[in-house]
Design a binder for this molecule. Structure first.
Ligand code: C6P
Length: 418
């Protein structure tokens, strides 16, 4: 009865059956069972619209961009630059100059570390991050701090997995050169109050980089409203291809930054004596860019817009509530990360069973989840655990799939007598 009510509610929120038709991979059988893909935080699946956009490019328009006067090159350039405009609108950036294609969030953070922070960081200076960060927003800063004898400072989190902001002002010192914070934690799902952090940092003229890898598939992201200086995203987490991401940067900062990688396309003129760098955003896109992937990312933004960000949010919140309630009925399940503001993922442990065993048994049932430290080892350390099982939901998931997850978890408990 409850299942029927939930199913009715699903239909009212989104036409999920129709949406699922767009995702060819969701029709797959895994170990004799229909695939229940609950690993969307690692990488979400692409709809036919994205696959077709990439295919069409390869079949009809493939050429290099910004280089040729011939028709194919002009077409490829138009498609590539149209994708940039789609992402500009998607993030509500003020200008196309602020949208730099990268290979992903990791690449974008490294770009900022290398081209912006490095030359502003001196011995004794500080970089402030949080205890919730993905390794991509820790390691680049760690390396810089090591090289420059600077200090990496870390905002703590509470037992719910929320950043403790009480002493934020004390962490923002005259030595802080940048703040790095994720918008949504990939390990726990916490939605962080990034606007508040940006406002506090800006009161002291400290720039802020937001790691938005997990936010673009779930949140309505408006970089002008957030006020952040940099915002990093990955295409493959928002239903687009791998190998593509974006760094949004405020134009006034990007204008002052040195190039990151160097080579073709990022220059206006080259002689052996002098190099004049290209204008924004090309200055930061050396070499032949990931053209097909950028076009696919533009198609992914279109697809998200066609469903509607608010509808996606409402539906995914329903899935989160449902999963939390159903898994919460199992006494052996202990949630890690119970933030009041949370995106659609659940991280949990079953005492006495290693998450990899949970993941293996679930895979036998056709259910894909991620198990491990989720590239966020400090988060695991904070909760004194080596790993969790993480189920992360997208708008194409259903309450029936969550029921199967719950049944799979019950099976794990039975097998391990946990
Ligand atoms: N998190 C996960 O399973 P790349 O690999 O560059 O596209 O994204 C890195 C990254 C950065 N920040 C956050 C918050 C992330 O979640 C990720 C990727 C995946 O959680 C793979 S480790």
């Amino acid at each position: 009865m409850i299942q029927t009510r939930e199913a009715e509610k699903n239909t009212a929120l989104l036409n999920v059956d129709q949406i699922r038709e767009d995702f060819p991979v969701l029709g797959r059988m895994i170990n004799g069972m229909p695939l229940a893909y609950l690993d969307n935080a690692a990488s979400s699946q692409s709809p036919r619209q994205v696959i077709d956009a990439v295919k069409l490019y390869h079949e009809s328009h493939h050429s290099n961009v910004h280089r040729g006067v011939h028709t194919l090159s002009q077409e490829a350039t138009s498609l590539y630059e149209e994708a940039r405009e789609k992402i500009r609108a998607f993030l509500n950036a003020a200008s196309l100059k602020e949208i730099i294609f990268t290979s992903g969030t990791t690449d974008a953070v490294n770009l900022v570390a290398s081209s912006f922070v490095e030359e502003r960081l001196n011995e004794g200076d500080e970089i402030l991050i949080t205890h919730l960060e993905h390794h991509s927003n820790i390691v680049p800063w760690h390396i810089l701090c090591e090289r420059k004898k600077a200090k990496l400072r870390v905002l703590p989190i509470n037992d719910r997995g929320e950043i403790i902001l009480d002493n934020l002002d004390d962490y923002l010192t005259s030595r802080t050169r940048i703040v790095g914070v994720n918008h949504i934690s990939n390990a726990l799902g916490t939605i962080n109050p990034v606007k508040k952090i940006v406002e506090a940092a800006h009161r002291k003229n400290i720039p802020v980089l937001v790691d938005g890898a997990q936010a673009t598939p779930h949140e309505i992201v408006d970089v002008q409203d957030l006020g952040c200086d940099f915002y990093a995203i990955s295409g493959h987490k928002m239903y687009g291809p791998t190998g593509i991401g974006v760094l949004y940067g405020k134009q006034e900062l990007l204008e002052k930054m040195r190039p990151y990688r160097s080579g073709g396309d990022m220059i206006l003129s080259v002689s052996f004596d002098k190099v004049v760098y290209n204008e924004l955003p090309y200055r930061f896109e050396a070499g032949t860019p990931p053209i097909a992937q950028a076009i696919g990312l533009g198609a992914a933004a279109d697809y998200i817009n066609s469903i509607g960000k608010k509808a996606i949010q409402n539906y995914e919140n329903m899935l989160l509530d449902y999963a939390t309630r159903k898994l919460g009925e199992i006494p052996q399940v202990r949630f890690i990360g119970t933030a009041r503001e949370k995106a659609s993922l659940v991280s949990f442990v079953i005492d006495g069973v290693h998450p990899h065993d949970v993941g293996t048994i679930l895979d036998g049932e056709g259910i894909a989840v991620r198990t491990g430290h989720h590239c966020a080892q400090p988060v695991m350390d904070r909760f004194s655990i080596p790993a969790t099982t993480r189920a992360s939901f997208a708008f194409y998931n259903t309450t029936e799939e969550i029921d199967r997850l719950v049944a799979g978890v019950r099976k794990v408990i039975e097998v391990f007598d946990a």
